[in-house]
Write a protein of this length. Sequence first.
Lengths: 263, 279
Amino acid sequence: MQTRPTVTLAQFQDAFSQALFEEPAQAGTAVAALVAQPAFAVYRNTVAKGCIDALQANFPAVARLVGEEWFRAAAAVYVVNERPAVPSLLVYGKSFPTFLRAFPPAGELPYLQGAARLDRMWTEAHVAADAAALGRSAFATLDPDMLGDAILHPHPAARWAWFDEGPVFTIWSRNREECADEGDIDWRAEGALVTRPEDAVRWTSVDAAGCRFLEACAQGRPIAQALDAALGADPDANLVRLVSGLLESGAFAQLTLPSLNER
Amino acid sequence: MAPVVTAGLGLKPRHHAEASDCPAAGLWFEVHPENYLVDGGPRLRWLATIRERHPVSLHGVALSLAADAPPDAAHLRRLRGLADRIEPALVSEHLAWSTWRGAYHPDLLPFPRTNEALARISSNVSAAQEALGRRIAVENPSHYLRIDGHEWEEIDFLAELARRTGCGLLLDVNNVFVGAANLGFDAADYIDGFPAAPVMEIHLAGHSRDPSLGERLLIDSHDTPVSEAVWSLYRRLVSRIGPRPTLVERDDNLPEFAELLAERDRAHAILSAPVARAA
């Protein structure tokens, strides 16, 4: 036992945490003697592997699209600048889709960022709060005159996105489901809705009008305005089919009426 | 885990159904709470299903008690929420750090055992126990590095931590074996000198070698059965301090549930032997 510590705990932790991601030669003096030991690699490997494994678990469709080797190499680059911010790896990788957009080797894969967003939407749906999904019967008790003023509240697990860049949802769902590629893909913009009405995460395609409708509902706008927004995206949208489709997917948790003094 | 002192198993998602249905007497399960710090969804329901039939222990890996900073308040709140929901038989953590200046490093990182570190960790353990409304058990870590500047032997450090905070201790026998091999101390001496009274739980696990990091380095890999050398240290410990709740950990290279249960039964038999009960 030495009697005089050479560094404070904070100095030690500054140097150690930095050395985990640096070349050994760059290690600060507070940990130089540790980094020089072969066993330092145990910590270096465990930390990097923990982060990369978590990304691979959280972005399985992306990993399948690019292959494990490519994925882990990209993840290793991401990890250096984006260490986990919360001590639970279940939700690690929030900015991974944005990282992929700017990652030069992904430049030839225009659908990759979108696929990563969808994997992220799956994770968010998986861990979201529980709520019963609203069924179509919710409208049965509502006075039809009040319908336009009522507000549909998205389910806590519902996530949706519109992909202008191409058939991201089709590409993603084929890889997420690990099914063999079946036939050609129409190269056109697509939307996706991810829900978890009960335990299992589900996904379905949704058109531009549906995305606009969901967006308006999420902003707390009444159904009449949300339908207007949907028609703004597609003047020919079948509104009854749109709303019942979203309800069937479990996109909503609540239907409320504005209180009298707000109307 | 009072009043019944039995042996348990780390819970793996792949074994969920068998684990839930297993009728073995006294069987309990341990999970990493970080995998269940969610707002809702299937994970919490899996855990609740297990909890309906078996005691559950929460073994944290991310509280970062040895960081020179208070434990993350939001993380503690979520942990408290899970504990209130699951009503664990025991909550434990590690004598290690992982979060530093906002970044989480998924490992159990070492530090020099100084007076300064003892004061900081005591304060962190007290803060955690207060926030969780529970006594926690703190686990001895595995060691790989020779660190200069220790002012305390680990056993004395842990005993003093328990004295200052009232926390319990979790003695991981495999960590002792791995650290002894890597740093060159005597594992039996460590086991014999470990303070008996605060021990709330014992861990057993397997280790392996990583030749790429030096011929002699042992890794606390949890990917093999418990070694005979570790079983021998375990019997030595139990015959001295008496039976304590014991967990067999396995995280990688998972065998069938029955094989893990057989290891757990072996620990259970040692706990139930007259020599253990008489101690």
